[in-house]
Design a protein around this ligand. Structure first.
Ligand SMILES: *[C@@H]1O[C@H](CO)[C@@H](O)[C@H](O)[C@H]1NC(C)=O
Ligand SMILES: *[C@@H]1O[C@H](CO)[C@@H](O)[C@H](O)[C@H]1NC(C)=O
Length: 359
């Protein structure tokens, strides 16, 4: 077989695994509204400031946008990079995202009104209440630079920040390779305000992603994306420092947010199909695919096909890991569900809008 034919066959196997159109779990897909973003895509994470204004989102061209509810429009609030030449309107596949920045997880400090940002390329940053250019506060830990800073949550009592670095090897734009290769270089980290130091809490994780503190702060939950699981890491109590699996999910989890009604919303990036499970079961096969196909091709095709698939799932789990609620809507590649009042604001990594769902 010529290598071209081999590539084509490998590509068909991989992508047929990803596009299998499935019936919704609960019968019908539910309806939602969209809040369009005119000139960018991928509002990955959603946050409200201490006054309850917003939401704010980070998008594919490195900007933080703020939604003005009364005027029904977005304004630019800040950026994670200084050199903005050619950045405006960059979509998720542009090669400049490592220069323009790609803000992922965002969260406000209620005490100071500062916005903390996990940018996939710029590390952990802080943006003042007046917006503008974000300031980096950490870019490495234990002499290992962050490779793919992803998600964060804040202890609102002392301002410490729990965040994830998904991989030291692969960057965000090759995120499919993190899964296919079985990469285990992800870390869970903690930034302390007083010392301004980063502590490494966990290493050797396979694509750690979303992170959220429990209601009482005794533990945090962590998306174990490659393994389609949610981990629980104890922070206090006699179990402090121990790690366990809290839940297994039918797909790849992205961000996690506490629900005001209890438990956590977990957004699933996509479902785990049989063929994907099979590829993951054999990391050599995943690595062969990466070797055969340019990473850019894999990620781009995956993204196009995931949009075609057309529906996505989010699951609300209790603090003990039981499924409380399943939401299936016409929105692919969901990245976060943020509940506020009787609304769910739903982010994605590649769509030009935020989803808005009324409970
Ligand atoms: C992480 O993995 C490396 C390489 O496999 C190993 O040397 C190290 O002991 C592991 N660390 C922990 C904390 O398990
Ligand atoms: C949050 O900060 C408070 C005050 O320092 C501390 O008592 C608590 O243990 C912290 N919780 C976590 C989860 O870090």
């Amino acid at each position: 077989m010529t290598s071209k034919v081999f590539n084509a066959v490998a590509a068909i196997v991989l992508f047929s695994a990803l596009v299998v159109v499935r019936k919704p779990l609960n019968g019908e897909l539910r309806q939602m509204e969209v809040v369009s973003i005119a000139d960018a895509v991928g509002p990955e994470s959603v946050a409200f400031d201490p006054l309850g204004d917003g939401p704010y989102v980070g998008v594919s061209d490195g900007r933080i946008l703020k939604w003005l509810e009364n005027e029904h429009r977005w304004i630019g609030f800040g950026t994670t990079s200084q050199n903005r030449e050619g950045c405006l309107g960059q979509d998720e596949h542009e090669t400049r995202e490592q220069i323009c920045g790609r803000p992922l997880g965002i969260c406000f400090s209620e005490a100071t009104g500062e916005l903390y940002i996990a940018d996939a390329y710029m590390g952990l940053l802080k943006l003042g209440p007046e917006g503008g250019l974000a300031t980096p506060i950490a870019t490495q830990a234990d002499a290992v630079p962050f490779g793919f800073t992803n998600s964060l949550d804040i202890n609102q009592s002392d301002g410490s920040i729990y965040f994830t670095d998904s991989s030291s090897v692969y960057q965000r734009r090759n995120y499919i390779s993190v899964i296919l290769s079985g990469d285990k270089t992800g870390r869970l980290l903690k930034y302390e305000q007083e010392s301004q130091q980063v502590t490494v809490l966990l290493t050797n994780l396979s694509f750690p992603n979303g992170v959220a503190l429990s209601q009482d702060g005794s533990f945090l939950v962590l998306s174990d994306t490659t393994n389609c699981g949610i981990l629980r890491y104890w922070l206090t109590t006699p179990r402090a420092g121990s790690l366990e699996t809290l839940a297994q999910l039918p797909g790849f989890p992205d961000n996690i947010r506490r629900s005001p009604r209890g438990g956590f919303w977990v957004a699933l990036h996509s479902r785990r199909t049989k063929i994907v499970s099979w590829i993951l079961w054999c990391p050599k096969l995943g690595r062969a695919l990466i070797w055969l196909l340019p990473e850019k091709v894999i990620t781009r095709a995956y993204s196009v096909l995931s949009k075609l698939r057309g529906s996505g799932i989010a699951i609300r789990i209790s603090e003990e890991g039981e499924v409380l609620e399943t939401l299936e809507i016409r929105m692919s590649s969901m990245s976060e569900v943020q509940e506020k009042g009787d609304h769910l604001w739903i982010g994605s990594i590649n769509l030009p809008f935020l989803g808005l769902y009324r409970l």
